[in-house]
Design a protein around this ligand. Structure first.
Ligand SMILES: CSCCC(=O)C(=O)COP(=O)(O)O
Ligand SMILES: [Zn+2]
Length: 211
């Protein structure tokens, strides 16, 4: 898939803005986290996306922070950059949702809550206003955010992604690892990620107060 230079540059610029924003929040500790936005035409069998390069300090901006990969997670042109080690998870989410952007961060709240609720297989959240960020408008709505095991081998996690995606819930937690949040575009993926993080912090603090 040959993408015009302007499309690649626009995707990289969009990722850079999100990366800078999340880095300022401390959302990339120890080089963790990865970001992607889809570019060009889409079918579940054939698509491409811009993704962060693996192992970089995501708080630093360099000319070698992003590359384009295809639906298999392989670079679309020769490069010495390595795509995120977790690119296969992005591939699965794009394939099964058709979304336009995916953001993955490790935070204290998403790690602790995913561990706390691991035996349930999902984080239950009820009656918090920010559920509306997922376009769920009913009164006293409840949602469950799925939790997958954090296997060392990413392909083992990737093969569970399709079965974990729940209609209307644009996110998946990896146990004691972090969250993947997605949306139709970068704006929506960011809104979803911020809402998830708010809801995890809310649950953590509510549990502390009430247990
Ligand atoms: C040091 S964090 C371990 C890998 C990880 O979970 C992550 O999110 C970052 O991996 P990447 O290859 O995208 O840099
Ligand atoms: Zn990670």
């Amino acid at each position: 898939m040959n993408l015009p230079l302007e499309q690649r540059m626009a995707a990289f610029a969009e990722l850079r803005a999100v990366k800078t924003d999340f880095a300022a929040r401390g959302w990339f500790p120890g080089t963790s986290g990865n970001l992607s936005v889809r570019v060009g035409e889409y079918s579940p069998e054939r698509f491409a996306f811009a993704v962060t390069a693996s192992g970089k300090d995501k708080a630093a901006n360099t000319p070698e922070d992003f590359l384009i990969v295809d639906q298999e997670g392989l670079p679309t042109e020769p490069t010495r950059l390595k795509p995120s080690a977790e690119t296969l998870i992005h591939c699965e989410i794009y394939k099964h949702t058709g979304c336009g952007a995916i953001f993955h961060v490790h935070t204290i709240y998403n790690n602790i809550i995913s561990e706390y609720d691991a035996s349930l297989g999902a984080v239950p959240i009820e009656g918090v206003e920010l559920i509306k960020a997922f376009n769920i408008w009913e009164e006293n709505a409840s949602i469950e955010v799925p939790i997958l095991p954090n296997y060392a081998k990413i392909p083992r996690i990737a093969e569970l992604v399709a079965g974990a995606i729940r209609p209307g819930i644009p996110g998946i937690l990896l146990r004691n690892h972090g969250i993947y949040a997605w949306g139709a575009n970068a704006f929506e993926a960011k809104r979803h990620l911020e809402a998830f993080e708010f809801l995890f912090e809310h649950r953590y603090k509510y549990l502390l107060l009430t247990k």
